[in-house]
Design a protein around this ligand. Structure first.
Ligand code: GRG
Length: 296
């Protein structure tokens, strides 16, 4: 990888590749009660696509072509999109804007948004288990699928969301805030990196550092998300900011400067983990720096 590597260009290319694939996984349907339109409304044309990009970049790190795993990576993006749809519902965070447009329940209805989330979550497993997947034999595919399933469920993202709700009006210690963020956000990011590594036939001794890379990157990503909520530009972020007011966040516990320092520290921890991987990790490093310095 040359020193002139342009991360923005790389991310743009990968986003387009994922966007094209997502467009096909939920085709516009007819006489379906509007479910495909609702799923497409949230899934297509927005979002940074960080999780699928990490999955593909991890597979590429171990020399396997990203194109073989786009379908699997789309599955991860479907899980992420479902979580945003359900998180935005009135019974959860009650958000009106997401990815620069009205949230799904505002544009359609609560019932349709719940169903569209369910549709995307189940579609994710169909895609990740899918027969169309090239370059990974069934055992690897199953292992990667199991890593993502665990991270998305009650020992990962759903647990994080439950803790988030539980601590909304309770005091939270810094260690519990870290547990909450690790599960709510870092678990799926970590699983994106680990599943991509597994699909890319990473040597087994590299899986631990890749996992640590994903976890630290995921935690840094959530701290930056908190910082953007406190100090970001609403138009760039594409949703209403300052809504975390009643929640425990890194800036509310450590101050804005303290949270910035912690995000830098977690990013450095992520980069340090990669020192134990002999393959060329420059793309993953560049993604970690991008995630830290992003403005949306
Ligand atoms: C099970 C009913 C039920 C609901 C599930 C699991 C869950 C609700 C919500 C997950 C928690 C969640 C939404 C975490 C937020 C993580 C986060 C930082 C989201 C923003 O991710 P970005 O910035 O978004 O990658 P884009 O729009 O770029 O894809």
């Amino acid at each position: 990888m040359s020193r002139a590597f342009d991360i923005e260009k790389y991310l743009g290319r990968r986003r387009e590749q994922i966007e094209r694939a997502l467009d096909k996984v939920v085709p516009a349907g007819k006489n379906d009660g509007g479910i495909s339109a609702a799923m497409r409304y949230s899934l297509i044309g927005g979002g940074k696509r960080l999780r699928p990009i990490l999955c593909l970049a991890a597979a590429e790190t171990f020399g396997k072509p990203a194109a073989h795993f786009v379908q699997f990576a789309c599955g991860i993006e479907c899980i992420h999109t479902y979580s945003l749809i359900h998180d935005d519902l009135p019974a959860m965070d009650n958000d009106d804007m997401r990815r620069g447009k009205p949230t799904l329940h505002v544009a359609f209805s609560d019932a349709v948004a719940i169903l569209a989330g369910d549709g995307l979550l189940t579609l994710a497993f169909e895609l990740m288990a899918g027969r169309g997947l090239k370059g990974a034999e069934a055992a690897r595919r199953l292992e990667a699928l199991s890593v993502v399933s665990r991270a998305a469920g009650f020992r990962g993202m759903v647990l994080g969301q439950a803790l988030d709700i539980y601590y909304e009006d309770r005091e939270i210690a810094p260690a519990m805030l870290k547990t909450l963020h690790t599960n709510k956000t870092a678990a799926l990011i970590e699983a994106s990196v680990v599943s991509g590594s597994i699909l890319g036939q990473a040597p087994s001794h590299t899986l631990k550092p890749m996992k640590q890379f994903g976890r630290s990157l995921g935690l840094a990503f959530q701290i930056v998300d908190d910082l953007l909520d406190a100090t970001g530009d609403e138009e760039l972020v594409g949703k209403q900011l300052g809504k975390d007011g009643s929640k425990a966040t890194y800036p509310s516990l450590f101050g804005v400067e303290g949270a910035r320092l912690l995000a830098r520290r977690e990013t450095d921890a992520a980069l340090n983990s990669l020192k134990r991987v002999k393959q060329d990790t420059s793309v993953l490093r560049a993604i970690a720096e991008y995630a830290l310095n992003r403005s949306y």
